[in-house]
Design a protein around this ligand. Sequence first.
Ligand SMILES: COc1ccc(/C=N/Nc2[nH]nc(C)c2C(=O)Nc2cccc(NC(C)=O)c2)cc1
Length: 274
Amino acid sequence: KPKKQWSLQDFEIGKPLGKGKFGRVYLAREAKSKYIVALKVIFKEQIEKYQLHHQLRREMEIQTSLRHPNVLRLYGWFHDDERIYLILEYAHGGELYRELRKTGHLSEKQAATYIASLTQALAYCHEKHVIHRDIKPENLLLDHEGRLKIADFGWSVQSRSKRHTMCGTLDYLAPEMVENKAHDYAVDNWTLGILCYEFLYGVPPFEAESQKETFRRIMKVDLSFPSTPQVSAEAKDLISRLLVKDSSKRLSLQKIMDHPWIIKNADCTCTCSK
Ligand SMILES: COc1ccc(/C=N/Nc2[nH]nc(C)c2C(=O)Nc2cccc(NC(C)=O)c2)cc1
């Protein structure tokens, strides 16, 4: 049967959840089914102004095609004269970022559970030839059970390493991306190392006063572990095997799942798909 054509009339709009760069996100309910969703409203003029049609189209094609418990679903979209509406899965817990800011840093069990979920989601994306390229705490949401959902595929590509303008922080970018070199799936492995460090210490490893200094620290892989909070040797071992400049020498996604720190600490109920 043909794909249903959605329109604004199909939804009851609730509270605004937050605002992104190109518009706002609202809680919404599909009128007939009473199904709760998040409606992301993007202003066409913003897309035109930044020439982001191809990127938005790619985000929509990619996210629609992905089906994984740790990847936020894009159920469909529609538009009117001024706006594009994305019908997205609602994750009750909101941005993981907020939890990280609230608690300062996560427990090793919580951090390992999130890293295992991310690793499984990325293994699924990579097998579908999708490189996310922009995994950072703001793009990670939590559902009502605290299960991690990767959102915002705005920067992902269908495994063609294309030049792209860099916006936002460099903290999460691998050396080959920062140098704008051809890059491959391994950029996401690097980012897992960055995130693992940030989950455990509360700050990304190469944070610095200026972008220039962060750039220098990334290129040098200037990695050091503070003495507090107390972090296990296994966790530091995993981070050190991911934050490796030579992308071919970074721990593979499969090997991350087999790493002793993950085996010992990841809570499988949250990570195993279903
Ligand atoms: C401000 O407190 C909040 C607590 C929970 C939420 C839940 N958001 N859940 C979502 N499900 N699907 C999508 C897409 C979203 C979403 O985009 N949320 C969102 C958007 C912009 C900012 C925030 N901020 C925070 C703190 O979560 C969340 C949103 C805000």
